[in-house]
Design a protein around this ligand. Structure first.
Ligand code: GLA
Length: 712
């Protein structure tokens, strides 16, 4: 069946993303694109025959409310607009007029629908884009805005969303999001959606720790494994906004786009602006279903090199902090290689006069006293040990105490008549300026070449303030979006010119995790909090949106330097093995026994990482349960891995059985349990789903295990 079908007589356009349908209807007489259906699969003829939702029964209603694909400011519309304009004479309201639509097909692989609209009297055109890919239940949407005249005054886009996602009418709505703070990112919250407008946003110029541009809506009945869930994620690395609107009459729509309120786009005559992509996912298989669909989408359509296995990395930050020297990094590299690490990353402190966080950012040449012969000897040493060589960088920042700032004080975001708010002794460079991005590209490219750098940890350690731009552009607020586009541009150039390069996105931990940055990176630093107990909750929230392969997780020292919590090495490993495993402790202080145990766990991780990183993920309970876990099933279902954790001591031995979905029902799986509690078992996939396994973990607190299942 085709991915997109059209019924000309009714104006119905139906998209068929993997087992689901997304249907809109164009209504030329009203100049609107009306939402019809998003959910389980319907044939085009069924969609055409659907009766329209009843309109308002009184003169105070809004006939379009909650049912348009991109509601504008204008006409009988009273909800928040997805598109609002200010023309030069101060007028705003729009009168949309339908110009036409087209469907483009990429064979059986994808289909794109474009619906073109125009303001009836003023110079603005906009195109709604929809794209679907074979075998993915994801709809990609974005909007292109064009100043329709070759001359004339600028048009100001006050609101310029990517999309409004409309939900079917239900008697109740519930919203899920991931929220938090530095060192406590991705806490899942699931609450009834209040009547009114609920805004999730970043006003920081980067994606943010506080909230991530993802939201899921259900009717209050979905579970992890069952029920209808709709979710949307927007590909923005700058400021963003999601407005979930629940009307008093009972409709629900979600407006998504780049920029927070007041971040306007000024369109000069003849120019256009394209919003970021917002993706929508529907699943009838509960919250687990939408997560797996998003994970697969990230792998198949977002990541630049999804098939490359994530290496076991070592990072020096928690071991040596700013005190990196050739001698101590070499010692750590030797120890890391002995354990089986495949990538050695030198963190902050290797450059300029970076003795602490007060100086050096911007001066990206090796620290003279710490690396008197430059970085080459260390890079050679690391490569000689058979590991790849990685470097921490923070290209968007500058310390006031740096040669770069002394030479280019005008390169930072600032407003001439405002006192700059310094954070962590640093200011933000203006990456909307080509002079700045060219400078960044050049030193990064030079450094990668000079030291054979295989991996960059690209960090960003403060949010914007006084975010004026000293370019000659008039529109300063747009910097909250344009800075991030500048960052994307540098990353794209670096990847193009250094095809082997891999990149980790970091912003003081998980402050820049989004679909746009994932399109040019390989993994993200999930959180600066490496305490395994805290991490279980952070990782649980992270997994709602993003796949395990991008989730960088380190085993660090115990007691944990941030929380003081003492946790057994084995538990710390089992927690970090749920993503892209790394080591971040001071290995020179680990006992021989700890190092041997670590080497064994790393060897085991390498055996299972293909399944963990590239398999389908099923969450088994949540951190609110006494014990919980995660199941990963290989794409051909011949292998599976379960990781399970219990923080507190069990007060009773009997736990609900561990039922494992997603396996091949007919295959017989042989189990290996690294805690030894299960012994040797062979059982069918059907029995594992229907009946399950004894779930009890070994007695005592901080109990954990890894189960391997191999089918035949
Ligand atoms: C941020 C990162 C850390 C570390 C420090 C270095 O906080 O998240 O992992 O790299 O910066 O200053």
């Amino acid at each position: 069946m085709s991915l997109a079908e059209v019924d000309e007589s009714s104006g119905t356009i139906a998209l068929f993303p993997a087992g689901t349908s997304y249907v809109v209807r164009i209504e030329p007489d009203r100049g609107t694109v009306r939402h019809v259906h998003w959910g389980d699969r319907l044939a085009l003829r069924e969609a055409v025959a659907l009766p329209a939702e009843p309109g308002p029964g009184d003169s105070f209603g809004d006939p379009w409310d909650g049912a348009e694909e991109l509601p504008v400011d204008g006409g009988l519309r009273y909800g928040p607009p997805a598109l609002e304009v200010r023309y030069a004479d101060g007028t705003g309201p729009l009168e949309p007029h339908l110009v036409g639509f087209e469907v483009e097909r990429g064979g059986d692989a994808w289909a794109e629908v474009r619906v073109n609209l125009r303001d009836a009297a003023r110079p603005l055109d906009w195109t709604l884009h929809y794209r679907v890919h074979a075998a993915s239940p994801v709809v990609e949407r974005w909007t292109e805005y064009r100043h329709g005249h070759p001359s004339g005054a600028d048009v100001l886009l006050v609101r310029h969303a990517s999309a409004q996602w409309n939900l079917p009418v239900r008697s109740d709505y519930r919203m899920s999001g991931v929220f938090g703070q530095w060192a406590g990112e991705f806490a899942l919250q699931r609450r009834p959606l209040a009547v009114g407008e609920t805004t999730l946003t970043s006003r920081r110029g980067h994606t943010g720790h506080q909230s991530n541009p993802w939201v899921a809506i259900d009717a209050g009945e979905a579970t992890e494994t069952d029920g209808q869930v709709w979710c949307t994620a927007t590909a923005t690395s700058g400021s963003w906004r999601i407005e979930a609107v629940r009307s008093p009459e009972g409709r629900c729509g979600v407006i998504c786009g780049a920029g927070h309120e007041g971040v306007e786009v000024s369109l000069a005559a003849g120019t256009s602006w394209t919003s970021p992509v917002s993706v929508g996912v529907y699943s009838a298989a509960g919250f687990g279903g939408v997560s797996r669909a998003l994970h697969a989408y990230v792998r198949e359509h977002v990541l630049p090199a999804p098939e490359r296995p994530r290496p076991v990395l070592y990072n020096s930050w928690e071991a040596t902090s700013f005190e990196v020297t050739f001698a101590n990094q070499r010692r750590l590299a030797d120890a890391a290689a002995e354990l089986g690490a495949e990538l050695f990353v030198v963190d902050d402190g290797w450059f300029g006069r970076r003795d602490d966080d007060r100086a050096g950012l911007g001066d990206w040449t090796p620290h003279r006293r710490r690396f008197p012969d430059g970085l080459r000897p260390l890079s050679d040493h690391v490569h000689g040990l058979g590991m790849r060589f990685g470097l921490w960088v923070e290209p968007e920042m500058v310390n006031v105490d740096s040669d770069l700032y002394r030479a280019h004080p005008d390169w930072v975001l600032h407003l001439p008549d405002r006192t700059p708010s310094v954070q962590r002794h640093q200011l933000v460079l203006d990456f909307s300026r080509p002079a700045v991005t060219d400078w960044a590209y050049e030193w990064l490219s030079r450094t990668i070449g000079a030291y054979d750098v295989d991996f960059l940890k690209w960090d960003f350690n403060r949010s914007f303030s006084e975010a004026g731009s000293h370019g000659d552009r008039r529109d300063r607020r747009a910097i909250f979006m344009e800075h991030a586009e500048g960052v994307h541009g540098v990353l794209d150039r670096l990847r193009r010119d250094h095809p082997r390069l891999e990149v980790e996105s970091c912003a003081g931990g998980g402050g820049r995790v989004d679909l746009a940055v994932l399109a040019r990176t390989d993994q993200v630093w999930t959180s600066d909090n490496t305490d395994a107990v805290d991490r279980l909750r952070i990782q649980y929230g992270f997994s709602q949106v993003y796949p395990a392969q991008v989730m960088s997780a380190w085993v660090t020292d115990s007691p944990n330097p941030m929380t003081g919590r003492t946790i057994p090495l084995r538990f710390r490993f089992h927690c970090a093995m749920a993503g892209a495993l790394g080591i971040g402790g001071d290995l020179t202080r680990w006992s021989r026994q700890e190092r041997e145990e670590a080497a064994g766990m790393i060897a085991l991780y390498k055996e299972v990482r293909e399944v963990v990183q590239h398999g389908r993920q099923y969450r088994l309970g949540s951190p609110d349960d006494l014990q919980h876990g995660v199941l990963y099933v290989s794409r051909d279902r011949s292998e599976a891995v379960v990781l399970q954790w219990r923080v507190g001591a069990a007060t009773r031995t009997l736990q609900p059985r561990l039922r494992l979905p997603g396996l091949d029902p007919d295959a017989v799986y042989t189990l290996h349990d690294d805690s030894g509690t299960l012994g040797s078992v062979s059982v069918t996939g059907a029995a594992l789903a229907a009946h399950g396994l004894p779930a009890g973990l070994p007695a005592g607190p901080y109990s954990s295990r890894l189960l391997r299942l191999r089918g035949r």
